[in-house]
Ligand binder design. Structure first.
Ligand SMILES: C[S@@+](CC[C@H](N)C(=O)[O-])C[C@H]1O[C@@H](n2cnc3c(N)ncnc32)[C@H](O)[C@@H]1O
Length: 236
């Protein structure tokens, strides 16, 4: 997939995964008020902005490996001044001590176990990781959910996710499902952009549009059977 075709589709989309500002507020409501927050895999920065608005005294460091997303997130958050930084970096090599590592829809890039192990020394005492990860709501998963699963091989049930968190030496402070509108908030703008770009797309762009369209179709078929589980966890 060429970067140019990918960003023709993804440029200036509000988010790169399911979620809403309300999810950020909920996660903040279950922990002590953080002073230093890292947004790991911040994408275009929707959650960085929400964190900065919700925590007017906190320092926030947003990190993404893709310069294009970093530029978008910077533009979105520059009004907060130097307490909010957005940089190109690897979320596997974070520096703390952080009171909260927020990671929406990105933990699977590292793998949950690797992420939780790498972030343990980055957390301040009493610090927490809030992450969202795709899960099945039906066990065993139905056909549509299994097709969606092919996109995310690490996906399992909510119980399996909780078992992985415990096995990684963390305790879940709270968790909840991200369903319905939060997924639409990601997929509907993407679907509208695909429809707009389809006429006149060259072969490279058409391939990118086909891939995204097929992911949206898989999600629409499986939407009752899949969710993101938003988990706030802390080292045991
Ligand atoms: C599914 S997107 C979610 C983006 C954003 N959190 C949101 O909800 O809109 C995952 C993001 O993680 C970033 N990412 C993946 N691996 C990374 C790594 N090792 N270090 C930093 N960012 C990474 C990708 O570039 C992408 O922007």
């Amino acid at each position: 997939m060429s970067d140019e075709a990918f960003f023709t589709l993804h440029r200036d989309l509000p988010r790169e995964g399911p979620g809403t500002a309300e999810d950020v507020h909920w996660a903040l409501s279950v922990i002590d008020r953080p002073h230093y927050v890292i947004d790991a895999g911040c994408g275009p920065g929707a959650d960085t902005e929400t964190l900065a608005e919700a925590l007017p005294e906190a320092r926030i460091d947003a990190v993404d490996q893709v310069a294009h997303f970093v530029a978008e997130a910077r533009a979105l958050t520059e009004r907060f001044g130097p307490r909010v930084t957005v940089r190109v970096g690897d979320m596997a090599a974070l520096h703390g001590p952080a009171d909260l590592i927020w990671c929406a829809g990105a933990v699977y890039f590292l793998g949950l176990e690797a992420a939780l192990a790498q972030w343990r020394p980055v957390l301040a005492p009493g610090g927490a990781v809030a992450f969202s990860e795709a899960v099945f709501l039906t066990d065993p998963p139905g056909r549509a959910a299994r097709d969606f699963w092919a996109l995310y091989p690490a996906m399992g049930s909510e119980a399996a996710l909780q078992a992985r968190i415990a096995a990684a030496g963390y305790r879940t402070l709270a968790s909840r499902r991200i369903v319905g509108p939060a997924w639409s908030a990601y997929y509907e703008p993407l679907a509208a952009r695909i429809a707009r770009l389809r006429p006149g797309a060259d072969a490279e762009l058409a391939a990118v549009l086909d891939e995204a369209e097929s992911e949206i179709a898989l999600w629409r078929a499986a939407r009752g059977d899949v969710a993101y589980s938003l988990c706030v966890v802390t080292p045991r």
